[in-house]
Design a protein around this ligand. Structure first.
Ligand SMILES: [Mg+2]
Length: 412
């Protein structure tokens, strides 16, 4: 895999979606193209629907029913339930968010989780048994998977050992990070040119160059990076950029009097963090976000770990991003491929689901407490993720040595 340069200013900034695609192997259908966020009755309405888009039809509810992904009546419960207790401290242990290895967990909680989702460390041999003779591709979420969940999302740094581990993984297998953050932001945190990156929950992807991808998909262009490497850039929600920008500014405005609230612009989506907001203000935040979204029928909200995610109503998610990357890696048609996806959040469930339904991959949930998931296995925290990735690298090196030795024997 060639090194990637992710400076987005060096790829075509103007993307069009004029190529009609009704249905592709990626499951992208015309609805992806035809939704207009226009709502002339609203003072917050976005720019008129881009040329070539069909007007939104039907009631607001039917067009954008998914803004009710989180119904207001359930806001508070959903907000409370959106993140498990981050660390369960045992007597005498010290809190240090940047040193999660210092934290002792409630083992009982984790053991309950492993009944349904066995530890990927304990089941490692079983997992690599499936990987044998298969091409492995590794997909990794960032926050809570490679980095600890911390109070300030700007300080969610990955450790140097983790960075080195991910680098080694990328040397062995095609590897991609799929994050809710903007692509530039996640690259600034990971700082590895050996990987592919998908930001904004997969709505902003740089993948390997493939000739025919742009024919198959709208909003997909072939381009080159800084070093002249050819790449494929895919941004299925380009038409939402003005509305995202507007909702970001509105959300900043309506949360500025709520202490601890933090709004982040992730280019194709916006995050409203409430981890540091007093619990008695959660309802106010939920109510205000909910009310604002009524004025932006092209957007919907979903829950992450103590965060409300505001994103375009399009049929695209981390699962679709995995399929896109598999396709651009030329791995989608092969039965001898084992995609491994590791993530900790609700948005990762779309990827777990894709792997489960296609019955070909291995979804690993990062959690220390019981959760419902489409994953098959679990890891307790980023430290265990690192351990698992290191095992995977060592397994691959062993496989290659064995293969090499066999070839030598044949020659002798
Ligand atoms: Mg995460």
């Amino acid at each position: 895999m060639g090194p990637m340069d992710l400076n987005s200013s060096h790829v075509s900034p103007v993307l069009t979606d004029s190529v009609p695609v009704n249905k592709s192997r990626l499951g992208i259908h015309s609805s992806l193209l035809t939704y207009s966020q226009q709502d002339s009755s609203s003072p917050h309405s976005a720019a008129p629907a881009p040329a070539g888009k069909l007007p939104r039809t039907g009631s607001r509810k039917s067009a954008a029913g998914s803004i009710d992904d989180v119904r207001f009546n359930g806001w508070l419960d959903a907000m409370k339930a959106s993140s498990p207790p981050r660390k369960k401290l045992l007597k005498g242990s010290m809190i240090n968010a940047l040193l999660p290895s210092n934290i002792e967990y409630d083992n009982e909680d984790y053991h309950i989780l492993t009944v349904d989702y066995p530890s990927a460390l304990e089941c490692f041999e079983k997992i690599v048994e499936r990987a044998k003779n298969n091409k492995v591709a590794v997909f990794l979420d960032y926050d809570g998977t490679l980095s600890p969940i911390v109070d300030d999302p700007d300080c969610a740094f990955m450790s140097e050992p983790m960075r080195e581990t991910v680098r080694s993984v990328a040397r062995c297998f095609p590897t991609a990070i799929i994050s809710g953050r903007s692509r530039d932001q996640v690259y600034d945190l990971v700082k590895l040119t050996e990987l592919y990156y998908a930001g904004s929950h997969g709505m902003d992807i740089i993948g390997p160059f493939r000739h025919n991808m742009s024919n198959k998909l709208p909003n997909c262009v072939n381009s080159t990076d800084h070093q002249g490497n050819q790449i494929t850039l895919f941004q299925p929600a380009t038409q939402f950029l003005p509305i995202i920008d507007e909702v970001f500014r509105t959300l900043v405005e309506i949360t500025k009097d709520i202490s601890g609230a933090k709004v982040e612009n992730h280019k194709f989506c916006v995050s409203v963090h409430y981890r540091n907001v007093q619990e008695n203000n959660w309802t106010i935040i939920g109510q205000r976000v909910h009310d604002i979204l009524k004025k932006f029928p092209g957007l919907r909200s979903t829950h992450g770990r103590k965060v409300l995610e505001v994103r375009p109503v399009i049929d695209w998610n981390k699962g679709k991003a995995v399929e896109f990357l598999m396709e651009s890696l030329d791995l989608n048609d092969n039965d001898d491929v084992l995609p491994i996806y590791i993530g900790d959040d609700k948005t990762d469930e779309d990827a777990f689901k894709i792997l489960r339904e296609s019955n070909r991959g291995c979804g690993i949930l990062v959690s220390s407490v019981k959760k419902e998931s489409n994953a098959s296995y679990s890891l307790r925290d980023p430290n265990e993720v690192m351990e698992f990735l290191q095992l995977l690298v060592r397994w691959k090196e062993r496989e290659e040595t064995n293969h090499f030795n066999k070839q030598i024997k044949v020659k002798v």
